[in-house]
Design a protein around this ligand. Structure first.
Ligand code: ATP
Length: 237
């Protein structure tokens, strides 16, 4: 059996006396889309911030691409192929789309010109509007820009923190189409979402988080077909 690209083992995260994540373990195979779903405050952001080195775990081990990265800071992980698209997108609204991508290319050390042209081909909306302020894009397009910027690092693994947050249902579909593009480009994706049903529909495998613990794991199709799970976590809609 091949090693998973990412392996999270007995991970805990605490903020002072608040234990946000307790003994969470899961793997992500190369090429997969895996999702962690759960309500507000379940610990989703804490888990991906621990993986990407933004938050220091209080316990457990994280292995990425064959190496122990439990204590590795985020700026050292990017060149190794692990990037995070932050919650709330964090694009620079007054700068143009092109400038946002150029900054991303510089941060990632990517050969700017060709890498950015490739993004314009992949996401034509960004190419057509490259000279406009990024703040003029719709919420979904801003998410697309944030993802394109992260792709400039040519990551092996992309962590996404609630990319559908605050977006209308039609736009959510567009964001999931962008995630499909990321997967098609050969990047593995770990997606954290409150929109559990939509995330499970897109993912191969899912883990349901509650109060910092994984309460159910499985193939997404099985989780979506389970009436108890639908009642407890996914609503009836
Ligand atoms: P959300 O959807 O709101 O981002 P989440 O599932 O990502 O929720 P986390 O943000 O990981 O959850 O938060 C888990 C718990 O840790 C919550 O109780 C939260 O209040 C707490 N928490 C998160 N960040 C901090 C912090 N910097 N200091 C103290 N407590 C925190």
């Amino acid at each position: 059996m091949t090693e998973p690209l990412l392996s999270v083992n007995d991970l805990s995260v605490s903020y002072g006396r608040v234990q946000a994540v307790r003994g969470v373990s899961f793997d992500v195979e190369a090429g997969a889309l895996v999702t962690l779903v759960g309500a507000n405050g379940a610990g989703k952001s804490s888990i991906i911030n621990a993986i990407s080195g933004i938050v220091r775990p209080s316990g457990g081990r994280i292995l990425f691409d064959g190496a122990d990265i439990t204590k590795t800071k985020s700026h050292r992980l990017v060149p190794r192929g692990l990037v995070q698209v932050p919650e709330g997108r964090q694009i620079l609204a007054t700068m143009t789309i092109a400038e946002n991508l150029q900054m991303g290319a510089r941060t990632h050390g990517a050969g700017a010109g060709t890498a950015i042209d490739e993004m314009y081909q992949r996401f034509p909306v960004l190419g057509e509007r490259r000279r406009l302020a990024a703040g003029s894009l719709s919420g979904g397009e801003q998410q697309m820009l944030a993802i394109a910027r992260a792709m400039l690092a040519r990551p092996k693994l992309m962590l996404m923190d609630e990319p559908s947050m605050g977006l209308a249902p039609k736009i959510v579909n567009e964001v999931f189409a962008v995630i499909d593009e990321v997967l098609a480009g050969g990047t593995t994706v770990l997606l954290v979402e409150q929109n559990a049903r939509r995330a499970l529909q897109a993912a191969r495998e899912g883990h349901i988080l509650q109060n910092g613990e994984i309460v159910r794991s499985g193939a997404s199709a099985d989780l979506l077909a389970d009436d108890d799970i639908i009642q407890a976590y996914l609503g009836t809609g």
